[in-house]
Design a protein around this ligand. Structure first.
Ligand code: HSE
Length: 313
């Protein structure tokens, strides 16, 4: 019988407020699954795409040229596959256009599954470039802040200037991430096109300072410094208007003890970092504030040490 490999890749928080396009954090308990098996065909084919309910996805087509999973897997197969083919089945666990790295999770799960079918599988870091091929198709830009944490887990520094090198950062002890997904959608490619193309020296200095301070604070488990630095003064002000519950949710997170709260990726999801013991309270405060605005939502609590993609039995 032909071997079928199944891989899971987690959702992720892009930017983490301070590091636009260059800092990402993996989440636990939410992600995409991709099954891959060799066929007698040629190249990578997409057999089916299923949604959160397990049914055939109502919007995502199974044209392999239009799905981040098959685009990424094809790039890997072109370089390292044999003369045969591979068939993929994608099961979405991450809502679309959620700011939770949905397209990245599909791309990462696909390359991890297909890699396991190769005669000589590549080391995990070598898969980044292939997963990025899929992500590029979806977001219209080259940024690894969802793909990198989804692939290797944890908190990852991945500025474009260093790619394909990525840096796993130390995470503070006793700090959890809360992710709130309101029932809204934001198209990342559109949100990226709307951003200003140039910024002032004052903005550059402020955001660089916050990023450097945040990374140092994580390494030192300095909670007060995390609280001081976890802010986005450049991108968030341009995007928060697209999320009607943004003000209410971020305010509720802060009032309930969060160290900071901002958009996850391009939104509409929002994330907060907080002391482990406060995480459940922060999550329910954020949910309550969102529902009070008449918007349904779902939340997840995750350690900052969430593992990256894995092969499943
Ligand atoms: N860094 C990307 C952006 C993440 O903010 O556009 C998209 O999820």
């Amino acid at each position: 019988m032909t071997e079928t490999i199944s891989a899971f890749a987690p959702a992720s928080i892009g930017n983490v407020a301070v590091g636009f396009d260059m800092l990402g954090l993996a989440l636990t308990n939410v992600g995409d699954r991709v099954q891959a098996r060799k066929t007698g065909g040629k190249g990578v084919a997409l057999a089916e795409v299923r949604g959160l309910d397990g049914e055939i996805h109502p919007y995502l087509s199974n044209d392999s040229r239009e799905n981040t999973a098959s685009i990424a897997a094809q790039a890997l197969w072109d370089d390292h596959g044999d003369n045969g083919g591979v068939e993929l089945k994608v099961h979405k666990g991450v809502p679309l256009q959620s700011g939770m790295g949905s397209s990245a999770a599909s791309a990462v799960a696909a390359v991890v599954a297909v890699n396991a079918l190769l005669d000589t599988p590549l080391p995990v870091e070598a898969l980044l470039a292939y997963a990025l091929e899929g992500e590029k198709y979806a977001s219209g830009g080259l940024h690894a802040d969802n793909v990198a944490p989804s692939l290797i887990g944890g908190l990852v520094l991945c500025p474009r200037v260093l790619l394909p090198e990525i840096v796993r950062l130390p995470v503070p002890e006793g700090v959890s991430a809360v992710l709130l997904h309101p029932d809204l959608q934001v198209n990342t490619a559109h949100a990226r096109r709307r951003l200003a193309k140039s910024y002032s020296m004052a903005q550059w200095l402020e955001q660089q300072g916050l990023l450097a301070g945040f990374i140092a604070a994580c390494a030192a488990s300095d909670i007060a410094l995390i609280r001081k630095t976890l802010r986005d003064v450049v991108i968030e002000p341009q995007r928060s208007d697209a999320v009607p519950c943004f003000g209410a949710v971020t305010e509720a997170a802060r009032r309930s003890g969060a160290l900071g709260c901002s958009l996850s990726g391009s939104g509409p999801s929002m994330f907060a970092l907080c002391a482990d013991n406060d995480a459940r309270n922060v999550a329910s405060a954020m949910e309550q504030a969102c529902r009070q605005q008449g918007i349904g939502c779902q939340s997840w609590v995750s350690p900052m040490t969430a593992p990256g993609a894995r092969i499943e039995d």
